[in-house]
Design a protein around this ligand. Sequence first.
Ligand SMILES: [Fe+2]
Ligand SMILES: [Fe+2]
Length: 190
Amino acid sequence: MLALVSSTDPRWVDVALGDLDAVLVDHLHCELKAASNATALVTRYVYHPRLVRELAELAREELSHVGQVHDELARRGLSARPPDEDAYARALRRALDDRKGEPLLDRLAVASIIEARSCERFQLLSLHAPTPALRAWYHDLFASEARHCRLFASLAEELHGEDRARERIRTLAEREAEILSKMPVLPRVH
Ligand SMILES: [Fe+2]
Ligand SMILES: [Fe+2]
């Protein structure tokens, strides 16, 4: 799946479907963080015209996902709550602390891998969620996060060169597989 070098633990689907409410509560924060990360990148790298244009659009799309998740929570009579600690994203950012000098490349690589893993898991939910409406919704999210994953990789290639970007994303994908293999299987997006 995309840049990933490992597949999600097969137990995750049952765990997620066993507590889809918890997945949705976590999902809201994933979409919020995606919107806020894209906005932060636009703010920090406002002199890159393509990055600004495409990530501003991506941020809008992530905010529309926030609205969709929020509506699904409301339909289920659930309320949002403050986010749990995001050990996965923190470990990913730390995984690239080994070198300095190309912070934009690293941020694009981390975003691309997070999108790839979300995309993989939404695809699983698009196949196994309990209702046709949920399966269709997760399919739309899967397609959207796949585009986002490719966009971050393509920006990394344009701004840092194809070879450098691919090598960095590959390195991170290998570390991501290791990180995920050490994390418990929980009803969360990651
Ligand atoms: Fe999203
Ligand atoms: Fe996304």
